[in-house]
Design a protein around this ligand. Structure first.
Ligand code: GN1
Ligand code: MG
Length: 339
């Protein structure tokens, strides 16, 4: 992208200022993100983002979800930033849907959890998000990604992908596919719990890079990446936290032998979350928090594997075997969490 193009887009949102500098941020696997500085004197930063509408076809409904949740949080005591799209709108330019967010000043984004205190902090922020929305009927939110964490659905997608996969990719994955088949009881358990547990407002992508931290105090400062806000159960968020924070090697690591779930981090996630939301959760929710990590690891393993067999049409890749590496990484994590 050229500066002039970026400037033309930003002007649709902020008419009287010019973009002086911008840079691409390639952290997400789905949307295209830029950090832009606007205004020559007292320049101010914003996040400019192009939505991947192939993955988020119901993005307008997604925006309605974000606005509903933002309004509810404003009425509550939620003390963290919740950067929602500026002017509550998206603008389509040449078939690309753009939006701008406020930049959270003095904040840092981590790709990997730094220590157990940070895991506690992020989980505490999530706990506050849940308690602040405790009286909000989550069923008011649109389901923008149907079956997002439905294990049976993800398993079926894998079976479909097997039918059309190339011989080369399928032969690599065969043994792992058989191993996944043996874990169907766990997948079934997760779906059954999701059908029974209370419906809450779920972030659905609670990884560490979706929390911003204060660069001085190290306290959690913001919760970001709101496209997946939907009704769901607490297991989806705590499960994703466990899956991503406890993995000592990190989700992108190619050193599969080093992948392992750190139990101390898991304890800190659960303690941090319960320190704020303990009174709100039912016994059945509390009893299954730890299980959710395992469930999310195998679901993510299936999702990466499906995409690998479909020749990488969902997750961005920077080398050809990346989805296969991610698959093996999640499988190793699942095995470690299973104990
Ligand atoms: C995707 O784009 P990103 O990194 O925010 C995905 C999550 C996965 C994650 C794996 C809409 O999120 O569900 O857990 O990759 N989001 C969607 O890193 O599929
Ligand atoms: Mg996301």
């Amino acid at each position: 992208m050229e500066l002039i193009e970026v400037n033309n887009i930003v002007k649709q949102f902020i008419p009287n200022e010019d973009v002086v500098v911008f840079s691409a941020n390639d952290k997400g696997l789905i949307n295209r993100t830029f950090v832009v500085s606007v205004g020559k004197i007292n320049s101010k930063q914003f996040i400019l983002q192009a939505i991947n509408t192939a993955i988020f076809p119901l993005y307008e409904k997604g925006l309605e979800n974000i606005i509903l949740v933002k309004n509810e949080l404003q009425k509550s005591e939620f003390s963290y930033n919740f950067p929602a799209p500026i002017n509550d709108k998206y603008i389509c330019i040449d078939d690309v849907v753009w939006r701008i967010f406020p930049f959270v000043e003095d904040s840092v984004c981590y790709e990997k959890v730094k220590d157990k205190e940070q895991a506690f902090e992020a989980a505490k922020c999530l706990g506050s998000f849940y308690t602040s929305l405790a009286n909000f009927d989550a069923e008011q939110l649109h389901i923008t990604l149907p079956n997002f964490h439905n294990a049976a659905f993800r398993f079926k997608e894998l079976q479909e992908a097997v039918k059309t996969a190339s011989t080369n990719r399928l032969s690599k994955a065969k043994a792992l596919i058989s191993a996944i088949h043996k874990e169907r009881d766990e997948l079934h358990k997760f779906d059954k719990l999701n059908a029974e547990l209370p419906k809450r407002v779920v972030h659905f992508d609670a990884k560490i890079s979706n929390f911003l931290f204060d660069n001085k105090t190290c306290k959690a400062k913001a919760i970001i990446d709101l496209d997946t806000l939907m009704p769901g159960t607490v297991l989806s968020d705590i499960g994703d936290m466990i899956r991503t924070y406890s993995n000592v090697a990190g989700e992108e690591s190619q050193a599969i032998a080093l992948v392992q779930g750190d139990t101390e981090i898991i304890e800190h996630i659960i303690d941090g979350f319960l320190s704020v939301s303990g009174n709100m959760l039912s016994a059945a929710e509390k009893d299954n928090l730890e299980f959710s990590g395992k469930a999310l690891a195998i679901i993510q393993c299936i999702r990466f594997l499906t995409d690998y067999l479909n020749n990488d049409n969902y997750y961005k890749v920077s080398y050809s075997s990346q989805n296969w590496v991610r698959t093996q990484n999640q499988w190793a994590l699942y095995c470690s969490l299973k104990g």
